[in-house]
Design a protein around this ligand. Structure first.
Ligand code: FRU
Length: 426
């Protein structure tokens, strides 16, 4: 009974079910090779984590005067890694070739919304840059808060010359979306772990031309009459992928729509949702953590995915379980915040190097280590890029590229070498 998708506005809701998630396991083709300590860190003075690329309306990586631009959450590297979320700041990096990257500095000059800024996406449209981000924390409060709203900055300028990229304000910052309490849970409704309403992702549907903003949220799942305590508790794990639409295509005006997929009783956080269209199918990817699975379901920190024939769904979990890519068991927190993008016939997956040298089964245990060790075991830079084959409802890792390697779609890649991929548990 608990597995029956509820319906929204006549459309049946896609759900990641407990039965599907029960088959999550590491196997050959979903486990990344051990990465070890970063081979080279282009920005040793910074912690760098969630990263996204400047793209055009169609999702192609934008070319700004011969450069591609990446935006990352960053913090000073002298900060304890676990504290970085509290001071996150978005920076721009740029590269002439997708190999060598330079720092264009923090993108905002003090006027950004929220106490800190979390992940988002970046659109280059008609020469204008739109920076979608999560305004985390209430800037009017004295203490640190966890309120989240979806915001945009626009009106800034980007200049490119032989010397590099200059991104400058003034930016106009606007709140675009807050949870409505019906489709998307508000902070006050949340019964479980910290609620989520974040990580906006711009997506234009190639089939309809309709403009969307995907985001991470929670679906209200209140305790129902007759629920036993265990069921009531499982329903606190209510992650979902939300969506808003801009009817006119205006990158600044959005209306909430019913969610695309929920994981009620499966997982609390479906982070950084994004879509890659391949062979006319919609591959919806999210990141999730071992500690956000509901009681009775287990899965590692990983990239999870779903496929449908239309953006609205109905979504089926990739590989039966949803698991697409994870870390090797000896380094289960090696990478996180995977972001997939199309490249020719394959999909590339970029992520950041998290605790590359830690074998424990909970991230909490890291905080018990001496501070020097916490720093040594943390990457804080991009991880090797993964190569992924997608074929219908199945995916398979094919090998890796160097960290910070972001080829343009027309750039040929060397033959994939999957001999380095571990076997997994099965
Ligand atoms: C994923 C994430 C995002 C959030 C950011 C905060 O790594 O949890 O959902 O925007 O990190 O640092």
């Amino acid at each position: 009974m608990h597995e029956t998708p509820e319906s929204d506005g006549g459309r049946s809701r896609s759900r990641w079910t407990r039965a599907q998630a029960a088959s999550i396991e590491r196997r050959h083709g979903n486990v990344a090779p051990p990465a070890g300590a970063p081979a080279a860190d282009p920005f040793p003075e910074l912690h760098v984590w969630d990263t996204w690329l400047l793209r055009d309306r169609h999702g192609d990586i934008a070319d700004v005067g011969g450069y591609r631009l990446a935006f990352s959450l960053t913090a000073p590297a002298d900060l304890l890694p676990g504290k970085r979320h509290d001071v996150a700041e978005i920076r721009c990096f740029y590269s002439p070739d997708g190999r060598e990257w330079r720092d264009a500095g923090p993108v905002f000059d003090g006027g950004a919304l929220g106490q800190r800024q979390w992940a988002g996406s970046a659109l280059y449209d008609d020469g204008e840059v739109y920076l979608y981000y999560t305004a985390a924390g209430d800037e009017t409060a004295d203490e640190m808060t966890y309120t989240q709203r979806i915001a945009v900055a626009h009106g800034g300028t980007v200049r490119a010359d032989e010397g590099g990229i200059e991104l400058s304000g003034p930016w106009t910052h606007e709140t675009l979306l807050t949870p409505d309490g019906e489709w998307y849970e508000t902070e006050a409704q949340s019964r479980g772990m910290t609620y989520t309403f974040r990580d906006p992702w711009f997506f234009e549907d190639p089939a309809t031309g309709e403009t969307h903003l995907l985001f991470e949220a929670n679906a209200p799942a209140p305790e129902r009459e007759g629920d036993d305590p265990a069921t009531a508790h499982r329903r606190e794990f209510n992650g979902c992928v939300g969506v808003a639409v801009s009817e006119s295509g205006d990158p600044l005006s959005w209306e909430l729509r019913p969610l695309l997929l929920d994981a009620v009783e499966v997982n609390q956080e479906l982070e950084r949702p994004h879509v890659v269209v391949a062979d006319g199918r919609y591959y919806l990817f999210v990141c999730s953590h071992v500690h956000t699975f509901a009681p009775g379901v287990t899965g590692p920190d990983g990239l999870y995915g779903f496929v449908a024939d239309a953006l609205d769904g109905e979504y089926r979990p990739l590989n039966g379980s949803g698991l697409v890519a994870t870390n090797p068991p000896e380094a289960p927190f090696q990478a996180y915040s995977w972001m997939a993008f199309a490249h020719d016939e394959e999909v590339l997956v970029q992520s950041f190097l998290n605790y590359h040298d830690f074998a424990g089964d909970s991230l909490d245990a890291i905080a018990d280590l001496p501070e020097a060790e916490q720093r040594e075991r943390f990457g804080g830079t991009l991880a090797p890029t993964l190569r992924l084959a997608v074929d219908g409802d199945r995916t398979r890792l094919r090998g890796t590229l160097d960290a910070w390697r972001i080829p343009t779609p027309d750039e040929p890649l060397p033959p994939a070498d999957d001999s380095e991929l571990p076997d997994g548990d099965a």
